[in-house]
Design a protein around this ligand. Structure first.
Ligand code: FPP
Length: 263
């Protein structure tokens, strides 16, 4: 039986959109007397594993935090090795992603990337654009604040040109100007490496996410830990601002029990 077939989670208990902060590569490498770049290289193994798991289980979207707006301030050597890793990894993996039906997209300030990397990203996105499977986003040169600012700028431009009136801006329209406009909000955030922070990841889209913090360093993240994160998610009561009583109240003459509104 395939792993997908043996998975027992009901559709409601499976997150539609998983976001992952892949932390701990540097510590993993240091513990082995290796350069930090070796930790990042080793981090590709769990990336493949998560793509496989999400594809097989029918998760709609997976967004991975690969390089933050703030990571540009790391030592130049580490930045260069990460940029080289993105280039080689996209080059190496795009065929397999395409074969699996994965749609790959990069979110972030791509003007900050080299022309070569920008071209490679554009080619990979184009090649996989029509794929019906997992929607995989790599956040590169990405910051949640950057995302919100660029959305505000887009809407301000539309107001300035007369295409939009300020009073027409609501949450839906604002969300539509963000990098992940076409995806549901993240349901589950997994962060490895033992830190319990958001660190400027999808600030808007994580508004109602369940947060799973793993002590594992990212290169050690495996299928068992991924399953534990899903089990944690399945055990959460998601209230979206309602009370537990509202969610559990039996159907009455006044109407059926309330179902938490999914933003
Ligand atoms: C954070 O760990 C990790 C990064 C800044 C890089 C993450 C990148 C990868 C796993 C490579 C993925 C590549 C593709 C193409 C998806 P850290 O360096 O901050 O670790 P530390 O906290 O132990 O120092």
């Amino acid at each position: 039986m395939s792993r997908a077939a043996s998975h027992t989670a009901s559709p409601e208990s499976l997150p539609r959109h998983i976001a992952i902060t892949m932390d701990g590569n540097g510590r993993w490498a240091a513990a082995r007397g290796l350069a930090r770049s070796s930790g990042h290289e080793a981090g590709l193994v769990p990336v493949r594993l998560c793509v496989e798991e999400c594809s097989e289980r029918g998760v709609e979207a997976l967004t991975l935090f690969a390089f933050s707006s703030e990571n540009w301030s790391r030592p130049a050597e580490e930045v260069a090795s990460l940029m080289g890793l993105f280039l080689s990894a996209i080059d190496r993996e795009v065929g397999e992603l395409d074969r699996k039906g994965v749609r790959l997209r990069i979110i972030g300030n791509r003007q900050a990337l080299s022309v070569r990397l920008q071209a490679q990203i554009a080619a990979a996105e184009q090649r996989t654009a029509g794929n019906p499977g997992l929607k995989l986003q790599l956040a590169v040169s990405y910051g949640g604040r950057w995302d919100i600012v660029q959305a505000a700028r887009t809407l301000a431009g539309q107001c300035a040109s007369g295409a939009l009136r300020p009073e027409q801006i609501d949450e839906g329209r604002f969300a539509g100007a963000l990098a992940l406009a076409d995806l549901p909000d993240a349901d589950l955030l997994i962060r490895t490496g033992g830190e319990r922070r958001i660190s400027n990841f999808l600030l808007w889209n994580l508004a109602y996410a369940e947060l799973y913090f793993s002590e594992r360093l990212w290169p050690d993240f495996d299928r068992a830990e991924f399953t534990r994160a899903l089990e944690f998610f399945a055990g959460r009561e998601r209230r979206f601002g309602l009370t537990g009583g509202q969610l559990q109240a039996p159907p009455s003459a006044a109407g059926p029990a309330m179902k938490a509104p999914r933003p």
